[in-house]
Design a protein around this ligand. Structure first.
Ligand code: IPM
Ligand code: MN
Length: 353
């Protein structure tokens, strides 16, 4: 088959980890007889430097025309410490989510048996963890009305959701739960927030359409606690944008290997696949960053966007093999054992596909 993939490498370690994913995808394509056409486009600080805009229209056109988007990372420290900067790399991310209609962010958390002791949590707490947080990505406080009043001395951000926005996200949650252990947890703050009460009411109304799915409703503060106490009790979690932002970062440390966690964002137009880690500027250009989260995001792309399970499995298998054989970057290499460079890991994976 022929696939057209938009490549948005972005900032920091983005280009390096993307390069490795490209090697692996090309190797899979060669093995399974697919033709891949890559189209690179600018995003993030790199795009601001080049054209003054973090998600230029030309990049949007490339994404719209593609079968999938493979994304690295965006963000640059020169903007973090400048509260007056009017254009920021992160705005590109939000604009991209909105313009591509990427309303659902899928972030899995699972453990790798060989890495379980890398987790800051005790082995017995995390063994068997395999959960997915489905975060709403184009609504809520991220996109609500915001501003200043009283000569700048009062600030507000508003969280708005429509029933329709909740339904389309919840539908994906129910469908995902059906393919797994049929447990769905709706996370909100319905004891305080009206928007959360609409979430709960909407999901409750949908329960009758999915009689096989067992639905629970939990408050976000309690989930923040239980997620580190007993993560294996969760399966599919659905939640609004800001709660999902916070809980997915929390969940990412459970596995102890943030450099390994992939994600997908899907919605109205082209779906996007990206590692959950950020641009990690301290490591940029050093050829030390772990490329596996991006490589595993490419596996999600094969399975979800192209419907090709064997190709996805081939990638996951070779990643597991690299972990088992210690072909890993310095974040995963045990003390005193040789660590491989980012590019060496990519070469090894491509060769062993
Ligand atoms: C994420 C990031 C973004 C978010 C930032 C960079 C705007 O933290 O993808 O989770 O808050 O959504
Ligand atoms: Mn985040």
């Amino acid at each position: 088959m022929n696939f057209n993939i938009a490549l948005l490498a972005g900032d920091g370690i983005g280009p390096e980890v993307i390069d490795q994913a490209v090697k692996v995808v090309n190797a899979v394509a060669a093995k399974f007889n697919h033709e891949i056409k890559w189209t690179s486009a600018l995003t993030g600080a790199a795009a601001i430097d080049a054209v003054g805009e973090p998600y230029p229209d030309s990049t949007h056109e490339v994404c719209l025309a593609a079968d999938a988007v493979l994304f690295g990372a965006i963000g640059h420290p020169k903007y973090d410490n400048d509260p007056k900067a009017t254009v920021r790399p992160e705005q590109g991310l939000l604009k991209m989510r909105q313009k591509l209609g990427l309303f659902a962010n899928v972030r899995p958390t699972f453990t790798f048996p060989s890495l379980i002791d890398n987790s800051p949590l005790k082995r017995e707490r995390i063994e068997g963890t395999d959960l997915i947080i489905l975060r709403e990505l184009t609504g809520g406080i991220y996109f609500g009305e915001r501003g200043r009043k009283d000569d700048g001395n009062t600030a507000f951000d508003t969280c708005t959701y429509t029933r329709e926005e909740i339904q389309r996200l919840a539908k994906l949650g129910f469908e995902l739960a059906l393919t797994r252990s049929k447990k769905l947890c709706c996370v909100d703050k319905a004891n305080v927030l009206e928007s959360s009460r609409l979430w709960r009411e909407t999901v409750q109304n949908m329960e009758k359409d999915y009689p096989e799915v067992e639905v629970s409703y939990e408050f976000v503060d309690a989930v923040a606690m239980r997620l580190v106490q007993w993560p294996s009790s969760y399966d599919v979690i659905i939640t609004e944008n800001l709660f999902g932002d916070i809980l997915t970062d929390e969940a990412s440390v459970i596995s102890g290997s943030m450099g390994l966690m992939p994600s997908a964002s899907k919605g109205v137009h082209t779906s996007l696949y990206e590692p959950i880690h950020g641009s990690y500027p301290q490591a940029a250009g050093k050829d030390i960053a772990n490329p596996l989260a991006t490589v595993l995001s490419a596996a999600m792309m094969f399975e979800d966007a192209f419907g090709l399970k064997d190709e996805a499995e081939a990638i996951r298998e070779v990643v597991n093999k690299s972990l088992a054989e210690g072909i890993v970057t310095e974040d995963l290499a045990p003390k005193g054992i040789k660590a491989y460079k980012t590019s060496e890991v990519g070469d090894w994976l491509a060769k062993n596909i």
